[in-house]
Design a protein around this ligand. Structure first.
Ligand code: AMP
Length: 284
């Protein structure tokens, strides 16, 4: 098993990628914040199907965390991450220090509308997507990948990045990858380590409730009523619900009955841990 090369500066990475680009090899980028699990690794597998070369970035991006959020205690497991990426056969790992991404005097932020103000995550994390979009735009211009792979787990984030890439004519093919789950249905997340044993036992109800609610709507149940009932059962189980909504799968606006798919999205807190999940809902 060969160790992936590690780049810590923009110049190091560009130098490493140049010969691949000159040899017409397609390059895929998988942006992450580390604390890697099987969900992240699945993105690298998809990346390697789409491109000859795969680079994974590991950067806990301070600008996407609000002051009261978990930036300082976000899990950092660099050595274990490297071992997983070596096993996955990635070519390079880009791990810039914060001052490489945000040197003294950094003064630019991407301003977003469209899916970024759909009234989902943005209602609870109003500065989050500007931080995400700015760091992803930087990663794209630093690495100039042909393809970038993002998880559907962060569904609104994927929509925001697609919109930004299109609007700014960034020459990157943005690919969405399905959510990888634990055996009991809980979506894998670096933040699941925050759950205590009781919360961990309750957490799979989030996905189960989405599935049950989607099944009821598919069977002809009224969406608003089914969602309200699902919300109540989550609250009864101990979740504090931020939102549970059915949206158009592309725009994230109100569901469009002329489209084949809608998306059901949820965010809820269990104790101190905030969980998000979403599933496709085929419309009749
Ligand atoms: P993060 O490190 O949490 O910023 O996530 C990095 C990338 O991995 C994002 O594109 C996420 O959507 C994706 N991701 C996180 N969890 C999962 C999962 N359970 N399945 C698939 N992709 C995921």
């Amino acid at each position: 098993m060969t160790q992936p090369a590690i780049y810590t500066t923009v110049e190091q990475m560009r130098q490493a990628l140049r010969p691949w680009r000159n040899a017409q090899e397609r390059i895929a980028l998988v942006p992450t914040m580390g604390a890697l699990h099987a969900g992240h690794i699945s993105l690298t597998h998809l990346a390697r199907q789409k491109a000859a070369r795969c680079v994974v970035s590991i950067f806990v991006n301070p600008t996407q965390f609000a002051p009261q959020e978990d930036f300082s205690k976000y899990p950092r497991t660099f050595e274990a991450d490297l071992a997983k990426l070596a096993a996955a056969g990635v070519d390079g790992v880009y791990a810039p220090a914060p001052d490489v991404m945000y040197p003294q005097g950094f003064a630019t932020t991407i301003s977003l509308a469209g899916p970024a103000i759909a009234g989902l995550e943005d209602r609870f994390r109003p500065t989050h997507f500007a931080g995400v979009a700015t760091v992803v735009a930087k990663l794209f211009t630093q690495a100039m990948p042909d393809v970038a792979v993002f998880g559907e787990k962060d569904y609104q984030q994927l929509a925001v990045i697609r919109q930004m890439t299109k609007d700014l004519d960034l020459a990157v093919d943005v690919v969405g990858a399905p959510t990888i789950r634990e055996d009991d249905g809980l979506a894998m997340s670096s933040r699941n380590v925050y759950l205590d044993a009781r919360e961990r036992a309750t957490a799979p109800l989030l996905h189960k409730t989405l599935q049950d609610c989607a099944a009821r709507i598919r069977a002809g149940g009224e969406a608003a009523k089914s969602l309200a009932e699902a919300g109540k059962s989550l609250t009864a189980a101990g979740f504090v619900l931020d939102y549970l909504e059915l949206r158009d799968a592309m725009s994230l606006g109100a569901p469009d009955p002329t489209q084949r798919h809608a998306r059901m999205l949820v965010a809820a807190r269990l104790g101190k841990t905030r969980l998000i999940d979403n599933i496709p809902v085929p419309l009749a």
